[in-house]
Design a binder for this molecule. Structure first.
Ligand SMILES: [Zn+2]
Length: 138
């Protein structure tokens, strides 16, 4: 009975460790992908309504029953979104000048956020309703 109880506790501990939450954002921006072949539509200057999800993984706070206040994710990411990404030409942003694909935008966001949001576990960037990517660090 005691062994079963201990195993049950380990089971629940692992479940609690596995919780991942996300907060969604959006921004409008233009980009031009100069590395694709001539005639490809992405080579032309064009815009997207980008959608971003910031994922955080961690333990559940035993009292609050959450990993983190969603407002905390917004507090750290909103300034980056507002000051650097929204209504910008992504090719103008240092670090994205050469090839601002959604993949590279997700890596760029990861590099901005990880130092100030250590529990960051993934960055998802969608440039259309049906196309996007998820970066989970290295
Ligand atoms: Zn595009």
């Amino acid at each position: 009975m005691e062994v079963e109880s201990a195993n049950t506790q380990i089971y629940w501990d692992r479940l609690i460790m596995a919780v991942e939450i996300w907060k969604g954002f959006s921004f409008e921006a233009a980009h031009q992908l100069k590395n694709v072949e001539e005639g490809h539509k992405c080579r032309r200057l064009h815009g997207h309504s980008f959608r971003v999800r910031i994922y955080v993984t961690g333990d559940l706070d035993p009292d609050k029953g959450w990993v983190m206040d969603f407002a905390e994710i917004e507090r750290v990411f909103q300034p980056i979104l507002h000051d650097s990404l929204d209504h910008r030409l992504l090719n103008d942003i240092p670090g994205l000048e050469d090839n601002p694909t959604s993949e590279n935008v997700s890596i760029w966001i990861w590099r901005q956020l990880k130092p100030i949001l250590p529990a960051l576990s993934a960055v998802e960037v969608r440039e259309t309703c049906t196309s996007g990517c998820t970066y989970r660090g290295k």
